[in-house]
Design a protein around this ligand. Sequence first.
Ligand code: FAD
Length: 429
Amino acid sequence: MNDEKKLTVAVIGAGIVGLCTALELQRDGHDVVIIEPDAPGGRQAASYGNGTWLNPGSVLPMSTPGLWKQVPGFLLDPNGPFIIRWRHLPGLMGWLIRFVLAGRTWPQIETCAAQRYELSRTTAQDHAALAEEAGHPELIRRNGLMFIYPKQADIDAEGQAWRLRESLGIRFRKIGSAELRERVPELSGSYTLGMQIDEGGQVTDPGAYCNALFQLAMRRGASHKKARATGFSFNGNRLAAVITDAGAVTCDRAVIAAGVHSRDLAMKAGDTVPLISERGYHVVIPDPGFDIPTGLMPSDGKMGVIMTPQGLRLAGQVELASVSATPNWQRAKILLNYVRRMFPGLAAKVDAIENDVGSPHYWMGHRPSTPDGLPCIGAASGSTDIFHAFGHGHVGMIQAPATGKLVATLVAGRQPAYDATLFSARRFA
Ligand SMILES: Cc1cc2nc3c(=O)[nH]c(=O)nc-3n(C[C@H](O)[C@H](O)[C@H](O)COP(=O)(O)OP(=O)(O)OC[C@H]3O[C@@H](n4cnc5c(N)ncnc54)[C@H](O)[C@@H]3O)c2cc1C
């Protein structure tokens, strides 16, 4: 690259989005400073404990037509995949209204899905390439992903979603009962069908993967400021530094990639973004005694069931409450109830884990969620030197590589290959 375009870019946050962004900025020849107070991809980050799915078909936002009819059930059913903590409802009402309105009609969903697909179509291959560069190809598995269903009517109930995927060119195939038994013999006979996305994959250990990407960025010359970003300082209308709780980091550009904690920083950069935490949980069953060939998602539990080096990870649940609310481990136990149904042979191990609440096998984290299912990527309203890269909700692992590429494109002033204006934080103005 041309020397005069070489910039110092501060990337705030070393979750998967910040790390992929840092690596893409380095590819363009920039000097990168990663500002992160904790371990990159540590337990504080959503990127640590997620469902590990790299699904190019994760194009549908959470809010779809008719969802509003289910909201009362979400408030009242203590054992479902979605719950709103009553006490936090007043603070969430504005977001919830936007959320329901964003998914009123199928044309809205189609626009959103097409936009999401731009960020997810090559996810598994992009991650595989990054893992290879980091010297850890084993951290990405490209064995596909499978949704599993009790019966055909359950697939039909999601027919619109599968048709939408098909219209975007996302390939999938139906797995019959015999093949399902053969591939996952331990699975309960109450699941009889699967829908396999062959191009999907999995991060085998997201915490280790983030650490590997961080080490790669460091080997390529990044520096690490172990501090929490609190704001920005300007020289006239140009960015001068990111302010942290341990001093200023001088830079030409800054990228806000602090996950759910990005909201306050975005506000300081001129954008008011309705960003909340969709809290999620995971539980790990160590040594389950069998492997599963791909990540599974049961249609009733809406959760990821995946093999990790620590054991069988069950990741899911959506709990709407403030970021600071204490975890409700009952939500994690609901994941265990589903897995009891899926794998009856695991009953004794599930019982043992159920009595081990609060151990490292239990985890709670924050999906950084906007109401319309799209992240915020692009220049901030208050400064063209500050870029947003947050709000990826349920799909941050999937969308991180493409987000990194898009941010690098925008920082360089190049034209993106697709219309990225729908990602602008100004849509919430
Ligand atoms: C249960 C669950 C299951 C999920 N399953 C999947 C899945 O299967 N596939 C998928 O694609 N996605 C999944 N997700 C979503 C995914 O994990 C997130 O979208 C993604 O990890 C967000 O990454 P991030 O880098 O934006 O944020 P994070 O990973 O949260 O990282 C943000 C980082 O910023 C740091 N930080 C915060 N404030 C500051 C500050 N002021 N200054 C500096 N640093 C700061 C934090 O310490 C943290 O390290 C799941 C999430 C959950 C909770």
